[in-house]
Design a protein around this ligand. Sequence first.
Ligand code: FES
Length: 134
Amino acid sequence: MYSKKVLSIFQNPKNAGGMKGANAIGKVGNSACGDIMKIYLLIENGIIKDASFKTFGCCAAIASTDVACDLIKGKSIEDALKVTNQQVFDVLGELPPNKIHCSVLAEEAIKAAINDYYKRIEKSSKKEKKSIDN
Ligand code: FES
């Protein structure tokens, strides 16, 4: 069902786990299959310095999130936003047709994490503004 490559990434994901000091966390889920992905990012000066994940789901979901983390590490936020599920799929080589959505979820998790980063910035700049106004 799964290729050797997908199984090997699933069995030895490089980026598995949470991250102390992460300044962005994206969580997405697929209600149809029940899988949940969480991507943790450390972003400094607009660059993704580190990325890790916790995924509760199928083999393809775990392998997809691991590859997604590899694809965005070292990239600018803008370039990370351009990473697509097709790129995740291309690295994996193949996925069963009923598992393509797992790579889509990985793309969504990246976007959710970056969205969270922007929300945090907005929140902290509002706080700063408030303390300046007072
Ligand atoms: S079966 Fe849904 S993300 Fe894998």
